[in-house]
Design a protein around this ligand. Structure first.
Ligand code: ZN
Length: 225
């Protein structure tokens, strides 16, 4: 299966299919499944709908496994959603064995919520993505995708302080949508953190006083490519 290390096996826990190494700690696998299930349920309440795709999670047992499966070097705390599609979507993360910060469960919950938001948004808009395809089939702009995922994660994890921190970051420039998308699509761009803050600001303006469901329905047309 794409982006899953050969030899990993699935466990079905809390309604989530988790692919993992045979020696991954059972309590880690169970905890991660519970976190995904928990944030997905909270996101469904906020958005008023369930995703139609099956949600899969892969927990890499080593950073080497992650780099090989994804075809690129990644930081030891990296999470991402390398496959978004109507049949099944995949979120990947790394074991606490790779980096102890991966066992910071409140932080992991928020990071997983960010990835689940990408899954829900692709599902709602009929978009697809496979890591390395350039994101051309996503049907929403990168700035909306990233800004929405970060705002949605803060909402379902009750962390308004995170949004406030982004809003307090002074805007470096008058970004065009194309510039924002380019900076967000290039993982190595030095402008990526500033672009991220700007994306959050733009989505937050649409969210104030509304629900996440309103944000998707009202901003989708604006953000659509
Ligand atoms: Zn993201």
């Amino acid at each position: 299966m794409d982006f899953v290390t050969p030899g990993y096996r699935p466990s079905r826990l809390s309604g989530v299919e988790v692919w993992h190494h045979a020696e991954e700690a059972a309590d880690v696998v169970a905890r991660l499944a519970l976190l995904v299930c928990d944030v997905a349920a909270a996101m469904e309440v906020e958005l008023g709908c369930k995703p139609s795709c099956t949600l899969r999670l892969c927990v890499y047992h080593s950073n080497d496994n992650a780099a090989t499966a994804l075809g690129r070097n990644v930081p030891p705390t990296m999470l991402m959603a390398p496959r978004l599609a109507s049949d099944w979507s995949l979120i990947v993360c790394q074991s606490p064995k790779v980096d102890p910060r991966n066992g910071d469960w409140p932080q992991m919950r928020r990071h997983l919520a960010h990835e689940v938001a990408h899954v829900m948004l692709a599902d709602l808009t009929g978009g697809t993505r496979k890591l390395g395809d350039g994101g051309h089939s996503l049907r929403i702009r990168s700035w909306f995708d990233e800004g929405f995922a970060e705002v949605a994660a803060a909402v379902v994890c009750a962390r308004p302080d995170i949004i406030e921190r982004y809003l307090a970051t002074p805007s470096e420039t008058a970004w065009s949508e194309d510039e924002l998308d380019a900076a967000l699509d290039d993982i190595g761009s030095p402008r990526r953190p500033a672009a991220f803050a700007e994306a959050v600001r733009r989505v937050q303006v649409g969210y104030r006083g509304r629900t996440l469901r309103d944000v998707v329905h009202e901003m989708e047309a604006v953000a659509r490519l």
